[in-house]
Design a protein around this ligand. Structure first.
Ligand code: URA
Length: 231
């Protein structure tokens, strides 16, 4: 990869800005000062420095956000706030959202610029569990759990079986294995409940954990691997 592209992709600056840095003699590759923007970088071997700071290039980025209510899961919108407004430092990457949440839903939301990863995670062929904590308008009847777990007809096909348990009088934990539009709210509506609060706690083995509303962090390499390996 060309040196100027490497630096621009790593967020050091625009292509023009990094070319200037290189011309000024501020960039080292391994222990050699380089002044040519088209210097070839071997991603497996070379180390690139601007001043004394090593610049690490990542082919893709994966960000886990605790989505607050009131934000759209969209990259831009003319009327509403979007989750993109909560995330700083990724302006040089073309992030998109992996599996949207409704405006009033909170919790686990992933953003990435890895299209293949998104396809893997959102394809119904790969049965990745999404766990929701669902708060209802009325007391949940324990014998409705069975109805919730069985496949039901939605958008002209049967849903995959899901897992459910009752946590409190009006709170149910539900894991679904696909992501149809408003799926959780519609599942509860079918059995006579209205969802008053919806919160996604986990996708696959990855938990939202202690991130506070509006906070975000990069996924670790191990977490990315775990999500890629679910089949
Ligand atoms: N199901 C819903 O109904 N809404 C969400 O935001 C996510 C899943």
């Amino acid at each position: 990869m060309r040196l100027d592209r490497y630096l621009a992709n790593a967020g050091v600056g625009t292509r023009q800005e990094v070319k200037k840095l290189i011309r000024k003699g501020l960039v080292m590759v391994n222990d050699t000062l380089v002044t040519l923007a088209d210097t070839a970088i071997d991603l497996d071997k070379d180390h690139v420095y601007v001043g004394d700071q090593e610049i690490i290039y990542e082919e893709y980025v994966y960000v886990l956000l605790h989505k607050p209510e009131g934000y759209l899961s969209a990259t831009e919108d003319r009327h509403d706030k979007t989750v993109m407004e909560l995330i700083e430092g990724y302006e040089h990457r073309e992030l998109h959202i992996v599996g949207r949440l409704d405006k009033d839903t909170t919790g686990f939301l992933l953003l990435t610029d890895d299209g293949q990863f998104t396809h893997h995670l959102t394809s119904p062929k790969h049965h990745i569990g999404k766990r929701y904590r669902v708060t209802l308008n009325s007391t949940f009847a324990l014998n409705d759990l069975e109805k919730l777990m069985k496949p039901i007809s939605m958008d002209g096909e049967l849903t995959l079986p899901s897992e459910a348990s009752m946590l409190e009088e009006k709170v149910v934990l539900l894991t679904i294995y696909e992501g149809k539009h408003h799926q959780v709210k519609r599942m509860f509506e079918r059995i006579g409940y209205e969802v008053t609060q919806l919160h996604r706690e986990a996708i696959g083995e990855i938990e939202l954990g202690s991130l506070m509303k509006g906070e975000y962090r990069p996924l670790t390499k191990e977490e990315v691997k775990k999500l890629k390996n679910v089949s």
